[in-house]
Design a binder for this molecule. Structure first.
Ligand SMILES: [Zn+2]
Ligand SMILES: [Zn+2]
Length: 916
């Protein structure tokens, strides 16, 4: 018996906080290795510790929570590992800005150790924001296992991996060109550089041949200042125009240097431009490679701020007069001066407009410079090969599959991964340099005291600081100042969070994890690297399925951004509509491969859906006073048999959809069933039974109400955890919480084809009668005189059996007889699929007004028909739209055509009556 009733209106605010507290206090989200169920484990994509929940997080975590809650209810041993990422540059920037604003000091003023302490203090104060917001959303993570990429355990894992990769020859330090952000002052990996096309210029410069100044080789460049660092020009070995010059030299304008003419078939395309290419190994990636091939010196011209470095210019033999004009200038200011000097020297032969692709820092949008510096790299090919096979062989499934080609293409093309970053906040690289062995190399520090460590220095790589140098026994060391790319630690996330390198019970039980839910934007940054590291260190894939969801955009498909003012803040909408409404909205829109175009109205719409469920539950609870009788479904009344059969179909459809990660379909099945079948039809059908005197039917209906609603809220729970718990707790139930009840499975005893057929006929009758009511302009409350007949005998029998329901739902009296026995000609006959519904045209009906209305409706219908036919005839629409959208259009067209036929026939009949 129900012990309590539900409040009149649903108030998510109070209930959500109360239930979340209850769930965590009861320990429902805590995973135990001893739980006998089959494992279902998930690691959260760790949000940045600086983060605040945005709509993308809300989507990502809603989908994970649906999977986890569903599997938990299925009796699986579920674990959802939560955590945050230390987010190197992002966090450092936040704290740096804060200190600058409050104390007018830079991080250099404070010093490395003190600054890092400040970041930890900041984390202790503000780093939990996003965790609290995830709880608000309902995320059922195991908070006892909360991890942080810089915590003690994960740092052990990071050092272990670094040392092992180094010992395997898969990590090396070398002077390489890297992408450098002159604002963030750090290296960036290739995928941290965003490319933009902008309008630039192409400068053609003439280099005179050293021993034959009348012969000039013309090179072209979009960055004329880099010519100061050229160390060769290249031609194609088989180019007859230049073959005789190979091995000779050109004079490099504006400098005192002569540089060789080399033959390079890789760098030079003879068909392109003049067929001569300048080589600047220190400032261009292709040239760097060419420099290695020809053993050319590398002359770095810029400092770390991308200013022309006086020492670099001197080393490059730049003429004193030129040096005086450009030294210490930023590139943008130096460029026009160089252009002017080249023109003055008569070697600038042409300048033309040219569009070029500019690399920009993904974080601050500053133009990235190729920059020569000693960095740490992961040799990636040997790690990529097994990761390619794991996806090719299906040991990891990417869902949707369309991502497989992107993944494979990227992995086949992969370049060594630059893992060092010149910042302070992060995992400092576990490498030390012996002062004695590297005495001739460790000479300089930067102004902030950071050691400058040349590429030739020999490191000791170890998990902890070495006590003495293995080579010379020396005990004085300089630690490498760089920290690791943030993605290095997150690449280990699926096993480091479970206790690796220890063989913990968690690691044994929960690795490999089951599903990773992620946005496609970090497929390469993160997912691919987890696969490589998992295979290397665990010998097994880190997860079986990768579900890749789309981005949430605004309703017009634009990216949400503060500057555009089109951001939907999940916290605001949860305040307004509740977490359940937000969750259901995002899940219902998560169609594979399509961006979500979100409007706030959608969330409001699903809040109304929550209200609809609430009101249905209130109706059920208000009608439970009275005895119940549990009997097999087959002997219950028609409405009960029908709703249980439909519920059973819904249980099957929702389960199938979740198995296939079709969150959208699962939500759609639930929505259609609850709103239309359960609320609009079933609750209406049973009202007379409940309102009548106590009867066997009434007792069984009460039983069905409990069974169906209890099943329904369990089915809905993963999507809308809060409202379902609230309703479930007020219904008669067993157990302490819906969270740990079983997920509904199909029940063959509930299957009833017979009742579904009968319902189809009933629905047809009632909707046709409603059309008749509206055509004849009868008010909604008026009791109608109706007639009914069916072409086929079985249908006639069904109509007879449902007679009471037909009259109740159509609001009128219904006489069932063959049409020839209907008593008068003034009956509007509406024929739909073998069913004839007659509506008595009473004396007061204004036929002129009715005909006018029919004409109007036919016009509207005609326009709609034309619109839909036009759309379906459009090849492009049919080819591009998802199949279900096309099917929807076709269905709508059929319905309208049927309605049009009814209207046409009604018009004829009413005109006949007017004449008669
Ligand atoms: Zn930057
Ligand atoms: Zn030494």
């Amino acid at each position: 018996m129900a012990s309590r009733q539900l409040e009149k209106t649903y108030d998510p605010h109070q209930d959500e906080a109360r239930w979340y507290r209850f769930w965590t206090e009861q320990g429902y989200f805590h995973a135990s290795v001893d739980h006998p169920g089959k494992v279902y484990s998930v690691v959260i994509p760790p949000p940045n510790v600086t983060g605040s929940l945005h709509i993308g997080h809300a989507l990502n975590n809603t989908l994970q929570d649906i999977l986890i809650r569903w599997r938990r209810m299925q009796g699986r041993n579920t674990l959802w590992v939560p955590g945050t990422d230390h987010a190197g540059i992002a966090t450092q920037n936040v704290v740096e800005r804060q200190i600058r604003a409050q104390e007018k000091r830079s991080r250099e003023d404070i010093g490395r150790e003190a600054f890092i302490e400040r970041v930890w203090a900041w984390k202790a104060q503000s780093g939990n924001t996003i965790i609290e917001q995830l709880k608000r959303l309902g995320a059922s993570c195991d908070w006892d296992r909360l991890r942080f990429t810089l915590d003690e355990g994960l740092s052990v894992a990071v050092r272990e991996v670094f040392v092992r990769l180094y010992e395997d020859g898969l990590i090396y330090r070398g002077e390489r060109l890297i992408n450098w952000c002159p604002r963030c002052l750090t290296a960036l990996s290739d995928i941290e550089v965003e490319h933009d096309t902008t309008a630039g210029k192409l400068y053609h410069i003439a280099y005179p041949v050293a021993d034959d100044p009348d012969t000039r080789l013309i090179v072209a460049t979009t960055r004329p200042e880099t010519m100061l660092g050229d160390t060769a020009v290249a031609v194609h070995p088989e180019d007859s125009r230049y073959r005789h010059l190979i091995g000779r030299k050109v004079h490099l304008p504006l400098t005192t240097r002569e540089i060789p003419i080399v033959a390079d078939p890789i760098l030079v395309d003879r068909e392109f431009g003049t067929g001569v290419v300048k080589i600047t190994p220190a400032h261009d990636f292709n040239d760097f490679e060419a420099g290695l091939r020809h053993n050319l010196p590398r002359l770095a011209l810029f400092d770390q701020h991308a200013h022309l470095d006086p020492a670099g210019l001197q080393a490059a033999g730049v003429e004193d007069a030129v040096r005086g004009k450009v030294a210490s200038l930023p590139i943008g200011k130096a460029r026009p001066i160089i252009e002017h000097l080249l023109k003055e020297g008569g070697v600038l032969t042409k300048v033309e407009p040219h569009s070029l692709s500019l690399g920009k820092c993904y974080r601050c949008k500053t133009v990235v410079e190729p920059y020569l510096s000693p960095q740490w790299f992961v040799k990636i090919k040997p790690l990529a090969e097994p990761a390619i096979r794991a996806v090719e062989e299906g040991r990891i499934r990417l869902i949707p599959e369309t991502w497989i080609n992107n993944y494979l293409g990227w992995m086949h093309d992969i370049k060594d991964w630059c893992i060092s970053r010149q910042i302070w906040w992060g995992h400092q690289i576990p490498a030390w340099y012996c002062r004695r062995c590297n005495a001739d190399l460790l000479l300089h520090t930067k102004p902030d005291g950071t050691w400058i460590i040349p590429a030739q220095a020999r490191p000791v790589v170890a998990k902890t600081a070495p006590a003495s140098c293995p080579a010379c026994g020396g005990t004085e060391f300089v630690r490498d100042p760089d920290v690791l790319d943030t993605w290095f630690s997150s690449a280990l996330w699926p096993f480091s969070t479970l206790g690796w390198p220890e063989r913990t019970p968690d690691l044994t039980r929960y690795y490999p994890t089951s599903t990773l839910v992620t946005g496609f934007d970090i497929l390469f940054f993160w997912v691919a690297r987890m696969i490589m590291m998992g295979l290397k260190f665990m010998g097994d894939v880190p997860f079986r399925d990768v579900y890749i969801h789309a981005l949430v955009r605004d309703v017009e498909g634009r990216k949400m951004s503060k500057s555009k003012g089109n951001v939907i803040d999940p916290l605001t909408v949860m305040d307004k509509y509740g977490a359940d409404a937000l969750r259901f909205t995002l899940a219902s829109m998560a169609s594979p491969g399509r961006d979500i175009k979100l409007a706030e109205e959608r969330i409001e719409g699903y809040r109304n859906f929550a209200n609809k469920i609430w009101n249905a539950a209130r109706f059920v609870l208000l009608n439970l006073d009275g005895p119940r009788e549990a009997v097999p479904a087959a002997v219950r009344s028609f409405p009960d048999r029908w709703i249980l059969s439909r519920l059973n179909q819904t249980v099957r459809a929702v389960g199938d959809a979740l198995e296939q990660y079709r969150f959208d379909q699962a939500c759609n099945h639930l929505y259609q069933f609850i709103w239309h079948e359960y609320c609009d039809w079933y609750l209406e059908l049973i009202k007379p039974i409940l309102q009548g005197p106590d009867s066997l039917d009434a007792r069984r209906v009460r039983q069905t109400l409990v069974e169906s609603l209890e099943t329904l809220v369990r089915l809905l729970h993963p999507m809308m955890p809060y409202i379902t718990e609230e309703i479930w707790q007020t219904l008669p139930h067993e157990g302490a919480s819906i969270v740990i009840r079983s997920y509904p499975t199909p029940n063959a005893d509930w299957e009833s084809k017979e009742s579904e057929n009968a319902f189809a006929l009933l629905e047809r009758f009632v909707t046709t009668a409603r059309i008749g009511r509206s055509l004849l302009t009868y008010s909604p409350g008026k009791s109608l005189t109706l007639y009914g007949d069916a072409r086929d005998a079985p249908d006639r029998a069904i109509l007879k059996a449902l007679h009471g329901h037909l009259a109740h739902l159509s609001r009128g009296t219904v006489e069932l007889s063959t049409t020839d026995r209907w008593p008068t000609d003034r009956i509007l006959r509406l024929i739909v699929e073998g069913l004839t519904v007659g509506v008595l045209v009473e004396g007061q009906v204004d036929l002129v007004k009715a005909l006018e209305q029919i004409t109007n409706q036919r016009d509207v219908g005609l326009r709609e028909t034309q619109r839909l036919e036009g759309k379906l005839a459009n090849q492009e629409f049919v080819a591009k739209a998802p199949p279900e959208v096309v099917a929807e259009h076709q269905q709508r067209l059929r319905t309208i055509k049927q309605d049009q036929a009814l209207l046409e026939s009604s018009e004829t009949q009413l005109r006949g009556m007017m004449r008669g």
